[in-house]
Design a binder for this molecule. Structure first.
Ligand SMILES: Nc1ncnc2c1ncn2[C@@H]1O[C@H](COP(=O)(O)OP(=O)(O)OP(=O)(O)O)[C@@H](O)[C@H]1O
Length: 258
């Protein structure tokens, strides 16, 4: 099986007025098809920068990065991924259906195909019936689901998600975590997911990447031992707590508390 994402000695240094910022240093990581990989670490450890490198939105200063065997730039032009941001980023003057359709319109999909795709992804995120609503008529959690639907609409096999549920309350977040796992099981996508939450990372992932800042680097890669089927109460099991403990220890070791 060939890797979906493969990074070797990947570094990215930003030149700023205050001198160089080592956002990523010697990052090595392989992500296989169908994995759900979370990136967790304190602010500034390079989580977003790494996701943006995968997406071809930042250019690494050293090392090798391949996405579906291509350079990130080629992969981006091949529409290899859908990207979900922290804020849903829906256009308020477009309906939910109109927002999901927008990338498809830009890519030149046929009208009937677009209509089918919109229906299909709305169903996947359990928003069927909301096509004609405007974003401001939906709750924060529903808006985030609509933005996931938009990222799914064009069949990219990679889903990159940058703290998509960070701004939501815990109960809504729990629900969306459950839904996301179901969606992942149904679609078989490879997911890269940035979070600050240990329970979220452990609950969702097949692999947890712990990162540390200054320079931004990977300090631990944890293969999950949890089953793929994950009811929410799995979070109270000893196995879940042991994984959480390992993530917390990793974060503690790399944290400077300033
Ligand atoms: N365009 C840029 N120019 C200069 N420095 C940048 C730029 N983008 C990011 N950085 C710096 O690179 C480092 C890594 O940033 P990044 O946003 O990837 O961290 P993060 O782990 O995602 O943080 P957070 O959890 O706060 O989102 C930080 O020190 C940040 O200030």
């Amino acid at each position: 099986m060939s890797a979906v994402i493969s990074a070797q000695n990947l570094s990215l240094t930003f030149q700023t007025n205050d001198g160089p910022v080592h956002a990523l240093k010697d990052v090595d990581l392989t992500i296989e098809p169908g994995e759900f990989v979370s990136f967790i670490g304190p602010s500034g450890c390079g989580k977003t920068t790494f996701l943006r490198c995968i997406a071809g939105l930042e250019t690494p200063t050293a090392g090798m990065l391949r996405v579906n065997g291509m350079t990130p730039d080629e992969a981006r032009r091949n529409r290899a991924y859908g990207y979900v941001f922290q804020s849903a980023g829906l256009y308020p003057w477009r309906t939910i259906g109109g927002n999901i359709r927008l990338p498809l319109e830009i890519m030149g999909y046929a009208k009937s195909d677009m209509a089918d795709r919109v229906q299909h992804v709305l169903k996947l995120v359990e928003l069927d019936g909301f096509e004609r609503k405007f974003p401001w008529q939906l709750s924060g959690g529903m808006q985030q689901r609509a933005s996931i639907a938009r990222a799914l609409a064009f069949d990219a096999d990679i889903l990159l998600m940058d703290e998509p549920f960070g701004a939501l309350d815990e109960i809504v977040r729990d629900h969306l975590n459950e839904q996301l796992l179901k969606l992942w099981a149904k679609t078989g996508k490879t997911v890269g997911f940035v979070t600050h939450s240990i329970p979220e990372a452990v609950y969702l992932s097949t692999k947890i990447v712990v990162m540390s800042p200054r320079p931004g680097r990977i300090t631990d890669v944890i293969e999950s031992t949890l089953p793929r089927e994950r009811p929410l109460d799995l979070r109270e099991t000893p196995e879940f707590l042991a994984l959480s403990h390992r993530v917390r220890e990793g974060l503690r070791a790399g944290h400077s508390y300033d």
